[in-house]
Design a protein around this ligand. Structure first.
Ligand code: ADP
Ligand code: MG
Length: 251
């Protein structure tokens, strides 16, 4: 059945092969998936299963070997490099495990940077809402180095939200954070989905982190092997364990 809601992101028969003709490495082996607008999806799976490659090809940071990606109605393979860069800057937010803030800029300058790069005027009301939502109003003139890890990741999330993108991709956003700080960042992602109808696709290894999502998709060997609506942390852990056993038998 097709969803009554438009997909913010859709990928069709997505493949990505790295390496050489003699020694190909298949990172994605044909992934079909849609991510409905205003939903929060967790992407899980063993190390090397293709999670980061899925995010990077869906975000237009990397070109697939074959298959298609749509951001809203725009199919990425049709775009020139210049058009793709523009789409990336205006329609996509990306949050990395390592925060990737610019140390020489203040918190406020980091948050506004995507708007500057995209040469679009800031929607002041939206930017103020984002800064308030991430709780950084009194840190705007600080440098990232003066902030804790959790605060830095909140700056990165605010930066990803600045252009009000169609989707925010997060690759292990809590991987470098302690449990308490991770919980704050996950609640923030949950809130931007619930209160601001943003779309979030997040890679995580942690079943507790994944339980914040509306849906959990599991990859193995570059394919989607599970797709579960709101499974809860216990069920997620069980499915990952059973997947591990299947893989051990196969290997
Ligand atoms: P995950 O994020 O699930 O750990 P990745 O998407 O990073 O997995 O990687 C999937 C597979 O593709 C792995 O076998 C990895 O070694 C390989 N791979 C990823 N990026 C590259 C690259 N730039 N060059 C060659 N192989 C790569
Ligand atoms: Mg990865």
């Amino acid at each position: 059945m097709t969803s009554p809601y438009p997909s913010a992101v859709r990928v069709k028969h997505l493949t990505r092969v790295y390496g050489t003709d003699e020694q190909p490495v298949t990172a994605l082996a044909g992934v079909d998936a849609g991510f409905t607008g205003g939903t929060f999806t967790a992407v899980m799976g063993p190390s090397g299963s293709g999670k980061s490659t899925l995010l990077q090809t869906a975000a237009g940071l990397d070109r697939p070997s074959s298959g298609q990606v749509w951001i809203g109605d725009t199919e990425l393979s049709q775009l020139s490099e210049t058009e793709l860069t523009k789409l990336r800057r205006t329609r996509i937010g990306f949050v990395f495990q390592a925060f990737n803030l610019i140390g020489a800029l203040t918190v406020e300058e980091n948050i506004l940077l995507p708007l500057q790069l995209a040469k679009v005027r800031a929607d002041r009301q939206w930017v103020a809402e984002v800064i308030g939502r991430v709780g950084l109003g009194d840190r705007l003139r600080h440098r990232p180095s003066a902030l804790s890890g959790g605060q830095q990741q909140r700056v990165a999330i605010a930066r990803a939200l600045a252009t009000r993108p169609a989707v925010i991709f997060c690759d292990e956003p809590t991987g470098a954070l302690d449990t308490q700080t991770a919980a704050e960042v996950l609640s923030l992602l949950r809130a931007v989905v619930d209160e601001h109808q943003q779309t979030v696709v997040m890679v995580t290894h942690d079943p507790v982190a994944a339980s914040y999502a509306d849906r959990v998709m599991v990859l193995a060997d570059g394919r989607v092997v599970r797709d579960m609506p709101q499974p809860g942390a216990a069920r997620i852990a069980e499915e990952l364990a059973s997947l591990g056993r299947t893989q051990q038998k196969a290997g």
